[in-house]
Design a protein around this ligand. Structure first.
Ligand code: PHE
Length: 511
């Protein structure tokens, strides 16, 4: 015996053994069920398993079958009602009512009959009565095409594509009447052995000597010794099970949070809606800076304004904007307007959280590291690379000993953990950092550098009013969606949130 064959036989389920032993080429399912002693559903299952193993080929043939129904049988026994009508008016015309009463015909059936008889020119309608024609009289003794067809159907079911022209005509007429006949679409399954199947069948596989299940008892008694067991078929097709899981973006957010936590960072949190003071002013963004315009920022209508924080901070920020706060900066040289700072916005970046965190920090908290992964909002037209609601990954390191090289070190470490091996920077500008740098990573598949983050060291104009003194604060922020869509092979950023069930089920798991 070929080893392959032996292995296959050891995988066969008892149903499969019964089925393959009974199967002859082209055998239909019902016959197989009868010959194998399996129920039809068991035989079907066995055939499917055998087909998976390449031992049989299942064929499905569709047929439309016409069968006689209860009224059809009655008509056949008692005569068609239109025939009976002809009999009733054979010698003299009768009124409609009388015919209906005598023959116990309902209105609907009577009308069908009249229509039919008229089309055969068998009757005339005269002053409310029905009169037979010579043609009609002729029909009385003869078997009609309908009767002939019904007679055939009473003996056997007939395939719809197997009708003679006369039968097709009769079928057309009878089909319009209730419960006379029925056409069903049925599927007939049959199976053929493949070459491999024929091989296996020749070996006469037997059910008896394969043990299906190893029981506790068998182990205790040692009665498993010398027995052959049925093999597991690990290649069999099984239904796909879609387990519950987090949305892949949420899952990614979790693991990004994990990266920062592992590097000793604490998470910052805050409201999505806040004042311009925190979102812009505290970050030394001039009150006439273009990012503060309506086409970039979502302002809130109601309440349009919020409360400014304690006077000292407001005063310090105001002085910094107006004249540089006495730290050797010249500030913006304008009159700072507290009303502008009170305007409520949907936060446009999570750097707002860094500003608020700095304002809360005390001398003894230093050095300190914070991160956030949180939503922010931009007045942006939605397209394949822009969202108006997006996540940012943000971070600060507040440390008297920190320097620009440390900043690069943190970003490199983070992006490496995100899967990007090569990281480089390029000079940039932000109102709140000096020096400022854009962070680029090398995309290994696209083979090009892509810009992912903004970063820098917060200017003293930001740090001094919030923290009370100048301490190096390394800072960075980046869009989450851009950093992760490549990994999921998503080229249109909107697909991250399309919530297409198929995508959610099949998308790969974040590293
Ligand atoms: N807030 C900047 C942005 O939204 C990113 C940034 C954060 C830049 C911190 C420098 C420092 O793009």
């Amino acid at each position: 015996m070929k080893t392959g064959a032996k292995e296959i036989i050891e995988k066969l389920h008892p149903f499969e053994i019964k089925a393959i032993s009974a199967l002859k080429d082209g055998m239909a399912l019902d016959e197989l069920s009868e010959k194998s002693g399996l129920k039809e559903i068991e035989a079907m299952r066995a055939l499917q398993w055998l087909e998976n193993k390449g031992l049989v080929k299942i064929k499905t043939e569709e047929k439309n079958v016409i069968r006689i129904e209860s009224n059809g049988r009655t008509y056949l026994r008692d005569g068609l009602p239109e025939k009976k009508i002809l009999g009733a008016i054979k010698s003299s015309p009768l009124s409609f009512d009388k015919i209906k009463k005598e023959l116990k015909l309902g209105n609907e059936e009577f009308n069908v009959c009249i229509g039919l008889l008229k089309s055969k020119m068998a009757v005339n309608i005269k002053e409310g009565t029905l009169e037979i024609t010579a043609q009609g009289a002729n029909l009385i003794g003869k078997e009609t095409l309908e009767e002939k067809f019904l007679r055939r159907l009473s003996k056997t079911e007939v395939q719809a594509n197997d009708l003679s022209p006369e039968e097709r005509f009769a079928y057309g007429i009878l089909k319009k009447r209730k419960d006379v006949l029925r056409e069903d679409n049925i599927k007939i399954r049959s199976a053929e052995l493949t070459e491999l199947g024929r091989d296996i069948k020749k070996q006469k596989p037997e059910t008896a000597d394969l043990v299906e299940r190893l029981t506790q008892d068998m182990i205790k008694r040692g009665s498993w010794k010398g027995k052959s067991f049925r093999r597991y078929d690990i290649k069999i097709n099984v239904p796909q099970i879609n387990g519950g899981k987090r949305h892949f973006v949420n899952q990614t957010i979790q693991s990004i949070k994990r990266i920062w936590l592992d590097m000793g960072f604490k998470e910052m949190a805050g409201p999505m809606l806040d004042t311009s003071f925190w979102n812009f002013d505290a970050l030394f963004t001039a009150q006439d800076h273009p990012v503060r315009e309506l086409q970039d920022t979502f302002y809130i209508k109601n309440p349009a304004k919020g409360r400014l924080p304690n006077k000292e901070i407001v005063q310090a920020v105001k002085e910094m904007h107006e004249g540089g706060g006495g730290i050797g900066s010249s500030g913006w040289g304008y009159k700072w307007d507290p009303e502008e700072a009170k305007k409520n916005v949907l936060r446009t970046h999570t750097t707002i959280l860094s500003a608020k965190t700095l304002a809360k920090l005390k001398e003894e908290d230093l050095p300190a590291k914070f991160f956030s992964v949180a939503k922010c909002f931009r007045n942006e037209a939605l397209d394949w690379k822009h969202l108006f609601e997006l996540y940012q990954v943000e971070g600060i390191v507040v440390d008297p000993d920190a320097n620009f090289r440390n900043l690069l070190g943190y970003l490199k470490a983070f992006f490496n953990k995100l899967g990007f091996e090569r990281v480089r920077i390029q000079p940039a500008y932000f109102p709140y950092t000096e020096p400022s740098a854009e962070v680029h990573v090398f995309h290994p598949v696209k083979k090009q550098w892509i810009e992912l983050a903004g970063s820098g060291i917060f200017r003293p104009e930001v740090v001094v009013p919030l923290l009370g003194k100048d301490v190096p604060v390394l800072a960075w922020g980046m869009g989450l969606e851009r950093s992760i869509s490549e990994f999921f092979s998503i080229s249109d950023i909107r697909q991250l949130y399309s919530n297409d069930l198929k995508q959610l089920r099949e998308i790969k798991i974040w590293r």
